[in-house]
Design a protein around this ligand. Structure first.
Ligand code: PLP
Length: 400
C-alpha cells in the first residue's frame, strides 16, 4: 500500500509562533482584520491563513484536521467536539426530510439510537441490515437512499464491513458510503478502499489517553466546505466545535498512534490466542476462527496487526459481572466503558454501550448478555496480564 498514514502525519510541518516544535494553541474565539473588505471576503469564501471566528475554523483545529486528512488520505477533514457530533453533522448534511439511510445493524449504540429514534423526527429514516449480506443491503436501497453507513469493525461484535464491495454497491446507486473507523485507525484506511466519508470518535484510540471527547469527519473538499458553510453547514450551524486546547493535545498524541496501535494489536492477539486455546469463546479478527479474518487481512496494513478490540463470551450476565469485578481486583484493567485507553478496559455491551439497541435486535445480532468487550491496553508484559486473567477466570469458575 503506498499511502502510509503515520508518514503523512509526520510530514506535516507546522510550527508555533516562535518556531516552537508544536503549533501554538489559539486562545481566542475571534480574529482581527486589517481591512473590513477582507472580513467581507472571508464571509464569502475561504482565504488561506485568514480566520474569522473559532466555531467556523481556528488554526489548531485546522492543523489537527489536516493531520487527520493526511492519515486517511482524504482531501480534507473537519474536527468536531465528539464522535457523535461528527456522525450527526455528517448524516444531517447528507440527508434531509424524505431521505433514507441504509445502515449496518451492529453499530455503536449511540449511532443506532440517532438513526432509529432521533433522525426520524427530521424526516430521515433508516433501514438496518446485516452488513455482511450484500444482497440484503442492495434490497434495502431505494431511490430515496442517500447514505450507506457502517463501521469498519463493528461495535461490539467486531463484524467486518467489506468496504470495497460496499463502495461499489453505494456508487452504483449514486449514494455515499460513510464509514466509522473509530476501532481501527491506521490499521485500515477506508477511503483508500472506496469510502466517501470517514468518521471518527477521536475520544478512543486516536487520542489514546481518555482525557478528551472529540471527533472528526474526513472527506472531499466539497463536503467539508458544505459542512462549514456559514449559511447551510451542519458543523457551522449546529456548532460542535472542538476546544482548541484539546485539539492541541490530540494532535500531539496522534504522532504516536502507529506505535500504540501496534502494541494494542500485539497484546490483543496474545490474549485472544490464549483464551481461545483454553477453549473459551473469543471474537478477535486476528484469529482464523473470526468469520471475516481473511477480509481483514485483505484490507489491513500488514505491519499493524488486527487491533486492540476483542470480545469474550462469559456464558451469562451474572458470570460476566463477576468476571469483570474479579479482573478489576486482579489488576487486569478497569471496568469502564469506552476504548482505546493505555490500560485495558472492559464492559458488558448488552447492558451498557449497546443498551440503546432493543433486546430482540441484540439477540438477532448475536449480542449475548454474557458478552464482555475488551479494549486491550499497552501493557509491556502481556504474559503477566494473561496470568492475572487466568486467576480471575478461575475465581469465577470459567477455568479449572
Ligand atoms: N463510534 C464508535 C464506534 C464508538 O464506539 C463511539 C463511542 O463509544 C462513538 C462513535 C461516539 O463517540 P463519542 O463518545 O466521542 O461521541
Amino acid at each position: 500500500m503506498t499511502h502510509n498514514p503515520a508518514s503523512a502525519i509526520q510530514d506535516l510541518l507546522v510550527f508555533g509562533e516562535f518556531g516552537d516544535v508544536n503549533p501554538s494553541v489559539t486562545d481566542s474565539v475571534t480574529y482581527t482584520f486589517l481591512s473590513p473588505k477582507t472580513m467581507e471576503e472571508v464571509f464569502e469564501h475561504e482565504i488561506e491563513g485568514c480566520f474569522l471566528y473559532s466555531r467556523h475554523w481556528n488554526p489548531i483545529n485546522r492543523y489537527l484536521s489536516q493531520a487527520l486528512a493526511g492519515m486517511e488520505g482524504t482531501e480534507a477533514a473537519q474536527v468536531t467536539a465528539s464522535g457523535m457530533s461528527a456522525i450527526t453533522s455528517t448524516m444531517m448534511q447528507l440527508a434531509g426530510a424524505g431521505d433514507e439511510v441504509v445502515s449496518a445493524r451492529t453499530i455503536y449504540g449511540g449511532t443506532f439510537a440517532l438513526l432509529k429514534n432521533f433522525l426520524p423526527r427530521f424526516g430521515v429514516t433508516t433501514r438496518f441490515v446485516d452488513i455482511t449480506d450484500l444482497k440484503a443491503i442492495e434490497k434495502a436501497i431505494t431511490p430515496k437512499t442517500k447514505v450507506l453507513y457502517a463501521e469498519t469493525v463493528s461495535n461490539p461484535l467486531l463484524e467486518m464491513a467489506d468496504i470495497p464491495a460496499l463502495a461499489q454497491l453505494a456508487h452504483a446507486h449514486g449514494i455515499k458510503l460513510v464509514i466509522d473507523n473509530t476501532f481501527v485507525p491506521m490499521l485500515i484506511t477506508p477511503a483508500a478502499h472506496g469510502a466517501d466519508v470517514v468518521v471518527y470518535s477521536l475520544t478512543k484510540f486516536a487520542n489514546g489517553t481518555s482525557d478528551a471527547v472529540a471527533g472528526c469527519i474526513c472527506g472531499s473538499k466539497e463536503l467539508i466546505g458544505k459542512l462549514t458553510d456559514v449559511n447551510s453547514g451542519a458543523c457551522m450551524l449546529m456548532g460542535p466545535v472542538l476546544d482548541s486546547t484539546r485539539a492541541a493535545s490530540i494532535l500531539k498524541n496522534l504522532h504516536s498512534l502507529h506505535v500504540r496501535m501496534r502494541q494494542h494489536s500485539k497484546n490483543a492477539m496474545a490474549l485472544a490466542q490464549w483464551l481461545s486455546a483454553k477453549g473459551l469463546k473469543v471474537h478477535y479478527p486476528g484469529l482464523e476462527s473470526h468469520p471475516q479474518h481473511a477480509l481483514f487481512g485483505k484490507l489491513m496494513r500488514p505491519d499493524m496487526g488486527f487491533g486492540g478490540m476483542m470480545t469474550l463470551d462469559a456464558k451469562d450476565a451474572a458470570t460476566a459481572s463477576k468476571l469483570m469485578a474479579a479482573m478489576q481486583k486482579d489488576l487486569v484493567g478497569y471496568l469502564a466503558v469506552s476504548l482505546g485507553y493505555f490500560k485495558t478496559l472492559f464492559s458488558a455491551p448488552g447492558s451498557s454501550t449497546s443498551s440503546e439497541i432493543p433486546k430482540d435486535t441484540q439477540a438477532a445480532m448475536g449480542l449475548t448478555s454474557g458478552l464482555i468487550r475488551f479494549s486491550v491496553g499497552l501493557d509491556d508484559d502481556i504474559e503477566r496480564t494473561i496470568g492475572r486473567v487466568e486467576t480471575s477466570l478461575k475465581s469465577v469458575g470459567l477455568l479449572r
